[in-house]
Design a protein around this ligand. Structure first.
Ligand SMILES: Nc1ncnc2c1ncn2[C@@H]1O[C@H](COP(=O)(O)OP(=O)(O)OP(=O)(O)O)[C@@H](O)[C@H]1O
Ligand SMILES: [Mg+2]
Length: 429
């Protein structure tokens, strides 16, 4: 405890107090703001500077109805206590007083109406004669009090002492605010680190999935080509009965369907893995679209005829353009149940040409429009069961269009139905 002379001038006392507040601030920075240490430093500082025996820090609980002692320093024994509680129900006048005034200065604590509730159970027991308390506040408002107690004699608190204790209380509030913000920053950093990890895990899992699909699809394609080749040769055998020929055709059709699914999965994993290679060339769009019409028409149905229009050359990957347009036509047969109108439209945007596939089926609901271009997404469960497919056609078409820097889209058809379109660059533009 710093001894202080009774004859000390106000000015010298103020200088001492100011220097002490500076010291506390610097120490708190060096201690890295550990709250219990800061509170203990505050109580030691008050006993030392005021030459009193007891000083303490109390914080309100969440209900604001109880004060809990964080640190009580007894300068004579050097002992530190904590955990004692004071409740608003037992000491209503005191709670009222410190909640409304920044400083409660009771020179004669046993007589003072704000503190005399403590007289029998506390003040007389410990021979406490004077109390000087100040509010601890942070950005959330009132958080507690710092409390100075003179033992064995009355202490008329001086103006500068009240100001000093109020400053120490402010310092505790500031320390709490900083600690709170630091904890918040740490939590944020933690959450951020966890999210980053989760993202990396998800990316790794996605890469693993793509590899797996690519490998599995390759392994499937080899025996499938054997089956299709075998069926094609078998069909040529003259001794085959009509019935057997039908069964060979079933094998061929199913095999081709399966090959298409496997190819879609391979394409998708190539696109996702960044291994998708395009072969751009200049070709006649009308011929390519006519080819798609033939390809995508189920056996026994009449292929859609390309509607009359200009003959146009484009620059793109021909095989992929045929694939995308085929997938629109295939969908029209599946979901509208008839051959679509297929046409080529020029002049919608400069240098671009559109292939439109228009049917008069049920079309898409707004909700479906948002999803159909996503992977494995199908309109609804019942149509999935009815029509088969794995919901990759449009997702693949969109990814292919993106890779070709082409555009793809949907709009409702006039009078009901669906229009799917692909827009690509004209050659020589
Ligand atoms: N012309 C259409 N009319 C109505 N609904 C359609 C049409 N085209 C697509 N859809 C809806 O969009 C969904 C997604 O189509 P997509 O081509 O991606 O998958 P799929 O045809 O079900 O399967 P896959 O093409 O892989 O064989 C379909 O399941 C269907 O519900
Ligand atoms: Mg499809």
């Amino acid at each position: 405890m710093t001894p202080f002379p009774a004859t000390e001038s106000t000015e010298s006392r103020l200088r001492r107090f100011n220097a002490e507040l500076d010291r506390l601030m610097t120490a708190s920075r060096d201690q890295d703001g550990h709250l219990p240490d800061l509170m203990e430093a505050a109580t030691r500082s008050m006993t030392g500077m005021l030459g009193i025996r007891r000083a303490s820090v109390w914080l309100l609980d969440e209900t604001q109805k109880e004060l809990i002692c964080q640190c009580l320093f007894d300068a004579e024994t050097g002992q530190i206590d904590s955990g004692m509680t004071l409740s608003a129900g037992d000491f209503p006048s005191y709670f009222q007083a410190f909640q409304t005034a920044r400083v409660v200065s009771a020179d004669d604590a046993i007589e003072d109406p704000r503190t005399r509730e403590f007289a029998d159970t506390y003040l007389r027991v410990l021979d406490i004669r004077s109390m000087l308390d100040a509010q601890i506040r942070d950005f959330r408002g009132l958080r507690g009090v710092v409390c100075c107690e003179e033992v064995g004699q009355l202490r008329p608190w001086r103006e500068e002492e009240r100001a000093f204790v109020a400053s120490v209380a402010e310092y505790v509030g500031l320390a709490m605010e900083l600690a709170g913000r630091r904890a918040l920053a740490e939590t944020l950093q933690d959450t951020n680190a966890r999210l980053t990890q989760a993202l990396q895990d998800a990316e790794a899992a996605n890469i693993a999935k793509t590899h797996f699909l690519a490998n599995a699809s390759h392994e499937l394609r080899t025996p499938l080509n054997g089956i299709l080749g075998g069926a094609a040769i078998l069909k040529l055998a003259p001794e085959l009965s009509g019935d057997s020929r039908n069964w060979v055709e079933v094998i061929e059709r199913s095999g081709r369907g399966l090959l298409q699914v496997v190819n879609s999965i391979l394409d998708m994993s190539a696109l996702e893995g960044g291994n998708f290679v395009l072969s751009p060339q200049i070709f006649n769009l009308n011929d390519a679209v006519a080819e798609a019409c033939e390809l995508a028409t189920p056996s026994g149905e009449t292929a859609p005829a390309l509607m009359a229009g200009p003959s146009i050359d484009v620059l793109a990957d021909r095989r992929r353009v045929v694939q995308v347009v085929s997938s629109f036509i295939d969908n029209a047969f599946k979901f509208a149940g008839h051959a679509p109108d297929v046409r080529i439209v020029e002049g919608l945007s400069a240098g671009q040409v559109r292939v439109e596939v228009c049917d008069h089926g049920p079309g898409l609901s707004d909700d479906q429009v948002d999803h159909v271009f996503g992977q494995f997404s199908q309109g609804d469960e019942s149509s999935r069961r009815r029509h088969g497919g794995i919901g990759l056609g449009l997702a693949l078409s969109r990814a292919i269009a993106d890779a070709m820097q082409a555009r793809i889209g949907y709009q409702p058809a006039e009078g009901g139905g669906a229009v799917f379109w692909l827009e690509i660059a004209e050659a020589g533009e």
